[in-house]
Design a protein. Structure first.
Length: 398
């Protein structure tokens, strides 16, 4: 090289130019990659509805027993037992309700760090066992990618309401409304509203099949009350002059019905909705009612002196095997300061919390007067002054 300094100079010059070109390209690409892919994790709100919830944060030596509201981090595992239920509320208002004996892990709860990123908000939830109700909220500022994983496969959920149940043998995905893509063993099945699939371990998803037959129309209140429902007010003989009001409202991942009567305490009013069912159910073995309830205010303690005036009540009218008209009723309250009798209809639930109620199989519970024909369902607020909400009303037969 000493004999050819010109070649040495060119080698150094070309090497420097090549390094410059590499840096000129790689640095902007690296910055672009970081802007697109950088993400920020979010906490998730945990609400304990009943009993004790076990929470195990990533790196934590032992689970924490929780009975009050708290925030959990990405990577946390949440467990319910046979007597507990919980609600997870994600950063963009999607929700996951954990029923009894369920276990989930928050694999990802992230948003892009920079507004320039085209990446969606991401929630990846692993359901290891049990039944979980998922509400995927509508996208507002950014698109949402919501994925549910389970031992048998996975499902990607669009905006909507879903039920996921996982056992050792299989996973079942039910679409209440919305759309889902269920994948396992290299096969993907598309599910629409009112469809379900099952996935056995190591097998592809089963073809879409009808979910349990719903008897209630417009129970998620995605349409006006004129679809399926009739609204009413009843003051009664000891009522006042102020009627209650009913309004459909949007709250995060759901549409809800809001009952309100304020400004006239001390006298009775009943504000409600009725839907005629008129369905013979003799050939079915299961009848289950479910709805979400949120209590905001009640001026009358408990269910009143006769245990018949709760801030939310649900009543099922039916005929028994002998053709007699009967009804089943259940009420919800959060306070009973005057210690009025509650039995047999009342159930105390937390205030300001969406409480998921499921009746169990009414055909078994009402065995002595077993329903054979469902006449109507009525949901109403009753008492003096009240403010309450319902959502996700369903009555299903199988």
């Amino acid at each position: 090289m000493r004999k050819n300094p010109e070649r040495t100079a060119w080698t150094v010059l070309l090497s420097a130019f090549a390094a410059f070109c590499i840096l000129a390209v790689s640095i902007p690409l690296g910055i672009r990659w970081y802007i697109i892919n950088a993400a920020r994790p979010h906490k998730t709100a945990l609400t304990a509805i009943n009993g004790t919830i076990l929470v195990e944060e990533r790196g934590q030596a032992r689970p924490l027993a929780v009975t009050e509201d708290m925030e959990v981090s990405e990577g946390a595992s949440i467990k319910t037992d046979s007597s507990s239920q919980a609600i997870l509320t994600f950063f963009e208002d999607s929700t996951a309700i954990l029923y009894n004996d369920a276990q989930v892990t928050l694999l990802k709860t992230r948003t892009p760090r920079f507004n320039l990123s085209p990446r969606p908000d991401t929630i990846i939830l692993e359901v290891r066992r049990g039944r979980v109700r998922i509400g995927a909220a509508p996208a507002i500022n950014s698109p949402l990618y919501f994925e549910v994983r389970f031992p048998q496969g996975e499902a990607v959920l669009e905006e909507g309401s879903y039920s996921v149940e996982v056992t050792d043998e299989q996973a079942q995905i039910i679409v209440r409304y919305g759309q889902a893509l269920a994948t396992a063993a290299g096969t993907t099945v598309e599910l629409g509203q009112g469809q379900r699939t099952t996935i056995a371990m190591g097998e592809a998803p089963a073809d879409p099949m009808p979910a349990a037959q719903p008897l209630v129309v417009n129970g998620n209140f995605q349409q006006d009350l004129s679809v399926g429902w009739i609204a009413y007010n009843e003051q009664g003989v000891d009522g006042g002059e102020v009627d209650g009001e009913i309004e459909i409202v949007s709250l995060g991942d759901r549409r809800a019905l809001f009952f309100s009567r304020m400004g006239e305490d001390g006298n009775h009013c009943e504000t409600g909705i009725i839907q005629k069912i008129d369905k013979d159910i003799r050939d079915f073995t299961s009848l289950v009612l479910h709805l979400d309830v949120r209590l905001i205010y009640q001026s009358l303690s408990g269910g009143g002196f006769l245990s018949s005036e709760f801030p939310i009540m649900v009543r099922l009218d039916y005929k028994d095997p002998y053709g007699n008209d009967r009804f089943w009723v259940h009420g919800f309250y959060y306070q009973n300061d005057d210690n009025y009798p509650i039995a047999p209809y009342g159930e105390q639930i937390p205030r300001y919390v969406w409480y998921p109620y499921e009746s169990g199989n009414l055909l078994e519970m009402l065995a002595d007067t077993k329903p054979t024909h469902i006449t109507a369902i009525r949901i109403y607020a009753s008492g003096w002054e009240y403010q309450s909400m319902i959502s996700e009303v369903g009555l299903t037969v199988e």
